[in-house]
Structure formats: structure tokens, C-alpha cells
Ligand binder design. Structure first.
Ligand code: ADP
Ligand code: MG
Length: 485
């Protein structure tokens, strides 16, 4: 399917083309036609599935652009407000649609000025409620969108949301987007939506096929070594390492920094300013490795993350999906790598089942293997290097005292020292051990039997017992018969 089938106006088609979108994502394919038909909508899809365009495009299509605020988008955080408004600005700019962002912590006057000139506002609940209740602004939008509704619930914004809706016109099209649908969100939907259509992106569609999911089995004490070796081997462009706790984020950040990486960390107690600063540094490539907790990385949207590492496997499946979704975005390929100890194989199985995905096991490359890989890369690099005049000059100088082969050996030694591979040769389980462990795990099945399994076992035991005692009876009979003979 292509975007042409939606029959958008030319200005919008041009913007889609400029954004580099070639085909609609699953949520866009399902949601856009319903929104164009004028339905209220409740849509469930994970982050990174393209929800912004799913509502942004059909809403902008239906806007006139000359009637003040026509669309209101409510999002949980200031960061998301900026992201969503950037994306909407991209779609609307050719059609002359103006976007304003509304969030707390900035002066009122400037914000109100911008709101007066805008056609779409993207707002966080707190500041929006403020503005409405103090009558600093009045809104009459035809479209109201609640983005990341479940996150607003988590952040305790439910009352604000309900209050905001008392200020909005009854005659409107309302769209609600959420990654999950907890009860309070369902009942909110009943209050604010009218005969809504609903779309859900199923589990299969949800886990991105562009993400390769691999796990490595290591001993508890080998996690740091394993991480280093894998980063060394896979040579990520940008990567995120997920930890369970802030404490671990701090420790691992110091460790990786000491190993010579440019590291930034993100956790829940950081101030908003600091957070934004850190994320920007990561986006701009000033840091190579981002270390974060789940909570801190919510809504993190960086397109060119090549690898996600789970230092520990997360406890719940939702978090797993959310974490690995930080890579493989916007049509790029990505790898999600999980380190587990042998007894965590069960968690892998559970997540695979919950999420409807497959993680493949692999063996951590030995020091020797990484060395060979790096040597090959180096050979290729040498073959592709252009000789500079100053290099010629240097070789000429060296030739006063040394023959050309010795010079070559010395230079090769120097560049090879740069690519030294650290750590012990073998880390984690080898192929044979891994296979044995997976086999054992398959047989074991959790150690506890369910009721029907237990009844089956008892039945088998009883029959076995009967058969045995019957057998011995028969034998006794036979013996006595034979002795009678
Ligand atoms: P969500 O709100 O579901 O988390 P976003 O709307 O932020 O997802 O989209 C995630 C990324 O994917 C953005 O960078 C966006 O520009 C890009 N994107 C969205 N739709 C498409 C598409 N149809 N083709 C290519 N990239 C897309
Ligand atoms: Mg979004």
C-alpha cells in the first residue's frame, strides 16, 4: 500500500515525500482511513510505530489553516510535546499550517502569543489546564488528540485530562492513542469518545521484523566482560545499554567511561533540563553509549541507534518490547542483545511467548576471533587509504637507517597496537554447553506439574504399581505351578 491511496492534498503528499516515507506503517494503514471518515478513534500501538503521522496526516488533511486553533494534541511530557510538534510541523509547513508547543516552566506571555498565531497546539496537561482555567486562552478545536494516554495515567494526569475536556466543545473529533489499555484509560475513552472505532496493532505486527534479537548466556560475574567484548566485536554506531536500577546505571557508566568510551547516562531522578541536554548530546553523536533505566528511556526517540543491550533481561515483556523498540526505527535495521545467566532462560521463553517473538542464542566471540575480524578490517582500511605527501616524507626519513620491510613491520605493529582486544579469551557459554542447557531447559518445564499432569502421573503410577504387583503374582503363580509339576 502507498500513501497515494489516501488521496491527500498535494501539499501533504509533498511533505510525506520530503519526510522520506514511502509506505504507511500498519497503524497508519488502519487509522488514517477511519480518521478521514470522521470517526472518533481509540488506537493501541507501541512506541515507534508511527502514531504521530497516523493522526497528524489525516487531521492536517482536514484542516483549513485559516480558523485559529483547529487541532489540540495533548501529550504527557514536554519532550514529547517538542517531538510531536516537530513532526507535525514537517507535515504542515508546506500547507502553511502553524504549530505551537505549550508546556510548563516557560513564561506565559510568549506562549500565548504563539498560541494566537497557531493552527495546531501540542500541550502538556498541567500548563494547558492552567491556561484554560485562568481564562488566558479559549479553545474551539475540531480535532482533539490524546497521545500516549497510558503514560499520562502513569504520571497522574487523569484528573487534569478530565478537567480539560470540560473546556472543550462537544462538537469535535476525538482520537486516543495508547501503548496499553489499562482499565482507567478504557473508562476515560468511554467518557470522551463518541461511538469510537478501535484499531490495535497485534503482537506480531508490533515486534519489528527489522530488529534481530540475540541472547548470550554468561555467568553473573561475566556481564561486564561480555558487554565489552560484544561492543568491541559489533562496533555499534550508537547504542543504548539498559539496566534495571539507577545504581547499576551509575556503576556501569563509570566502568565504561574508564574503558575509554564516551558515555552518557539517563535515569529517573534527573532534572528535565539535564535530561534534554543528555538526549541531545546522544542524538548529535557526541556520546557513543547511552546507559539508562526503563523509566528514564520512555519515549526516547533517536533514529540511528544500531544496538540495544539488555545488561539484565527485564522482568516484564512490555519493558522488553519497549527497550528493543529503541532500535530498528524509521526503516533502519537494528540488533537487540540480551545477556542472561543460565537460570534466566525461562524468562526468555516467557517473553518470547508473551510477545510472539523469537530470540536466537549465540556464542560470544573469543578474543582471537575479534582480533582476526579487526585485522581484516584493518587490511581493508589500509588497502583503501590514500598516501599523503607527509607520509612519503616520513618513510624517506626512516629509510636513512632502516630497510623498507623493517619499516613496514614497525608500522604494522604500531597500528595493530591500536586495536588490541582486551579481556579473557573465552567469555560465556560455548556452543556445546549452550545446546545442552537449552535441551535441559526444554525437558524441565518449571519443575511443577499442573493438575491434569499430576492426575496423569498418579494414574500412570497406579497402573505401573498394579502391573508390577500383578506381574509378581503371575510369577509366583508360575513358580508354584512349576514346583507342583
Ligand atoms: P510513535 O508515536 O508510535 O512512537 P512516531 O510517530 O514518533 O512513533 O514515529 C517514529 C519514527 O518513525 C519517527 O521518526 C517517524 O518520522 C518515523 N515514521 C513514521 N511513519 C513512518 C513511515 N510510514 N515511514 C517511515 N518512517 C516513518
Ligand atoms: Mg508518539
Amino acid at each position: 500500500m502507498t500513501f497515494n491511496e489516501f488521496n491527500f492534498k498535494d501539499t501533504l503528499n509533498q511533505a510525506i515525500k520530503e519526510a522520506g516515507f514511502t509506505e504507511p506503517s500498519p497503524i497508519q494503514e488502519k487509522a488514517i482511513p477511519l480518521i478521514l471518515e470522521g470517526h472518533d478513534l481509540i488506537a493501541q500501538a507501541q512506541t515507534g510505530t508511527g502514531k504521530t503521522a497516523a493522526f497528524g496526516l489525516p487531521v492536517i488533511q482536514q484542516m483549513s489553516g485559516n480558523r485559529g486553533i483547529e487541532a489540540l494534541v495533548i501529550v504527557p511530557t514536554r519532550e514529547l510535546a517538542m517531538q510531536v510538534s516537530d513532526e507535525l510541523y514537517r507535515f504542515g509547513k508546506i500547507a502553511g499550517i502553524k504549530t505551537a508547543t505549550v508546556y510548563g516552566g516557560t513564561p506565559y506571555n510568549k506562549q500565548i502569543e504563539r498560541i494566537k498565531q497557531a493552527n495546531i497546539i501540542v500541550a502538556t496537561p498541567g500548563r494547558l489546564q492552567d491556561l484554560l482555567m485562568s481564562k488566558r486562552i479559549e479553545l474551539n478545536p475540531s480535532f482533539v488528540i490524546l497521545d500516549e494516554a497510558d503514560e499520562m495515567l502513569d504520571m497522574g494526569f487523569l484528573d487534569e485530562i478530565k478537567n480539560i475536556f470540560t473546556f472543550l466543545p462537544k462538537e469535535r473529533q476525538t482520537l486516543m492513542f495508547s501503548a496499553t489499555m489499562p482499565k482507567p484509560i478504557k473508562s476515560l475513552a468511554e467518557q470522551i469518545l463518541e461511538n469510537p472505532k478501535s484499531v490495535t496493532i497485534t503482537k506480531k505486527e508490533r515486534t519489528n521484523r527489522d530488529i534481530k534479537q540475540i541472547f548470550y548466556v554468561v555467568a553473573e560475574y561475566e556481564r561486564d566482560d561480555a558487554l565489552l567484548r560484544l561492543i568491541d566485536y559489533k562496533n555499534p554506531n550508537k547504542c543504548i545499554i539498559f539496566c534495571r536500577m539507577k545504581k547499576e546505571v551509575d556503576r556501569l557508566s563509570s566502568y565504561m567511561t574508564a574503558q575509554g568510551f564516551k558515555v552518557a547516562s539517563l535515569h529517573g531522578d534527573m532534572e528535565q533540563k539535564q535530561r534534554e541536554h543528555t538526549i541531545r548530546a546522544f542524538k548529535n553523536g557526541l556520546v557513543d553509549i547511552f546507559i539508562a533505566t526503563d523509566v528514564a528511556a520512555r519515549g526516547l526517540d533517536v533514529n540511528d541507534v544500531t544496538h540495544v543491550f539488555n545488561y539484565h533481561i527485564p522482568f516484564d515483556s512490555e519493558s522488553y518490547v519497549h527497550r528493543i523498540g529503541r532500535t530498528g526505527r524509521a526503516g533502519n535495521k537494528g540488533e537487540a542483545i540480551t545477556l542472561v545467566s543460565p537460570n534466566e532462560l525461562r524468562t526468555i521463553k516467557r517473553i518470547e511467548k508473551d510477545v510472539g517473538t523469537v530470540m536466537v542464542s549465540d556464542v560470544i566471540p573469543t578474543r582471537q576471533e575479534v582480533k582476526v575480524r579487526k585485522d581484516n578490517d584493518l587490511l581493508l582500511k589500509i588497502a583503501n587509504t590514500k598516501i599523503t605527501p607527509s607520509a612519503k616524507e616520513m618513510v624517506k626519513m626512516l629509510q636513512h637507517d632502516l630497510d623498507i620491510v623493517t619499516i613496514a613491520h614497525l608500522l604494522a605493529t604500531l597500528v595493530q597496537e591500536e586495536i588490541d582486544v582486551k579481556g579473557k579469551d573465552i567469555i560465556g557459554l560455548r556452543a556445546k554447553e549452550l545446546k545442552a542447557l537449552i535441551e535441559r531447559e526444554k525437558k524441565w518445564k518449571g519443575g511443577k506439574l499442573n493438575d491434569s499432569q499430576r492426575r496423569g502421573r498418579n494414574r500412570r503410577r497406579t497402573q505401573e504399581h498394579k502391573r508390577r504387583s500383578k506381574g509378581s503374582q503371575d510369577r509366583r503363580n508360575r513358580r508354584s505351578r512349576s514346583s507342583n509339576r
